[in-house]
Write a protein that binds this ligand. Sequence first.
Ligand SMILES: [Mg+2]
Length: 255
Amino acid sequence: MVVITQGVIFDIDGVLEFRGQVYPGAPEAVASLRERGVVVRFLTNSTLKSRASAAEKLQRRGFAVTEDEVITASYATARYLRGLHPRSCWILLDGDGLREFDGLPQDEHDPEYVVVGDYRQRLDFEHMNKALRLLLRGAKLVGMQSELIDLSAGEAELNVGSWAGMLERAAGVQATYIGKPSPYVFELALEGMGLEKHQVLMVGDKTSTDIRGANDFGIRSALVRTGEFGGQEADGNARPDFILDSVRDVPALFA
Ligand SMILES: [Mg+2]
């Protein structure tokens, strides 16, 4: 009988894959951990993807993953909103991630919450001004995550936190941010693992989200020198417990 004693939460982009390419040995590293009875979860700040579409994409790329092991920022935001029992929400989001909000009351004319994700081409003059006016009339602002720049497409692009931050400043309101480094998503990841915080390791490529989030939540972390790792091993007081060349080195931590 395998005795499950430990768990790993993987960031996806920049750790398992990057810009459309799976890192060599990444599927095998995840499989090797599973064989040892390590519980794995996948935590991404992607808002465009639903849990199902994120899991499907990983499966196509050779990872053995189930939908309920994946937490996207859109899924986490929908969970957060359900807990608030909102009167109504306007969800500024494109892609499959929108399905996570099914069943929540949605109203883009007089919402209780303006919820900003990756709305792609519709993050424009018309929609941003509409959001601004709703906030000035008292709607509350939720950002699905707080990252300012997205480098995953190769060129720098404004990320969800930039758009939400613009609305915060203009409307003079404080947004609630859900994705990494917010402890809320780490709590969601830990939920269902059947483990205590001291048994779980976060593996990520960004100090500002993965490592800071793990530090704040109180779990150990490993920074990999792949993806968006830019040589920065510490960010302010955020520090990883381990620094690894790639995800392939993770199983050795459990030997
Ligand atoms: Mg990453």
